[in-house]
Design a protein around this ligand. Structure first.
Ligand SMILES: [Fe+2]
Length: 195
């Protein structure tokens, strides 16, 4: 059985980038529903004793995949943030060097990442991932998909489902995505890249 992850920050900690109201619905209602749904589907299935990532890699399109994918996506999403009151950070070490090698600058990387989030049609996620050689790639994933299905290691993500921003930004997806950098905990992203 899977459990709802606990947020490593207070419910108001991400304001004004993400309001307490949005965070409360997103974590307490949307993610909770995915957890409850998956837990109802698992008993007596072939997925009962699998780790979450393995379910996402093995389950065919359908309810098990959709709920497992959304749990994995949201866990990686919520755990990558830090309180807005803390100083904004940037990538460091090997990750910073690789971003500069591939994009020329962190700002150029951010611009492409945001544009791919804005340009994703419908619901989904934009991801920064690493391949087995440490090369970085930005992918757009529809609905519940995750880069682990492509054999990539997911590092950083923006949720572009409307439930992630509609209460605060309505249809202004670009405005929402542009402020998320203020709350990214790059120590978490660096650790995922190096781990
Ligand atoms: Fe979401």
């Amino acid at each position: 059985m899977f459990k709802l992850i606990e947020l490593p920050y207070e419910i108001r900690a991400l304001e004004p980038a993400i309001s307490a109201e949005t965070l409360s619905f997103h974590h307490g209602k949307h993610l909770q529903a995915y957890v409850d749904n998956l837990n109802k589907l698992l008993p007596d299935s072939e997925y009962e004793n699998m780790a979450l990532e393995e379910i996402v890699q093995k389950a065919p399109a359908g309810a098990v995949f959709n709920n497992a994918g959304q749990i994995l996506n949201h866990e990686l999403y919520f755990m990558q943030f830090k309180p807005a009151s803390e100083r904004a950070q940037g990538p460091e070490g090997a990750l910073a060097a690789q971003i500069e090698k591939q994009w020329g600058s962190v700002e150029a990387f951010k611009a492409e990442f945001e544009a791919k989030g804005v340009g994703l049609f419908g619901s989904g996620w934009v991801w920064l991932s690493a391949d087995a050689d440490g090369n970085l790639v930005i992918t757009q994933e529809a609905n519940a998909a995750n880069p682990v299905q492509r054999g990539l290691k997911p590092l950083l993500t923006f949720d572009v489902w409307e439930h992630a921003y509609y209460l605060d930004y309505q249809n202004r997806r670009a405005a929402h995505l542009s402020v998320l950098w203020q709350i990214i905990d790059w120590k978490v992203i660096d650790a995922r890249y190096s781990g």
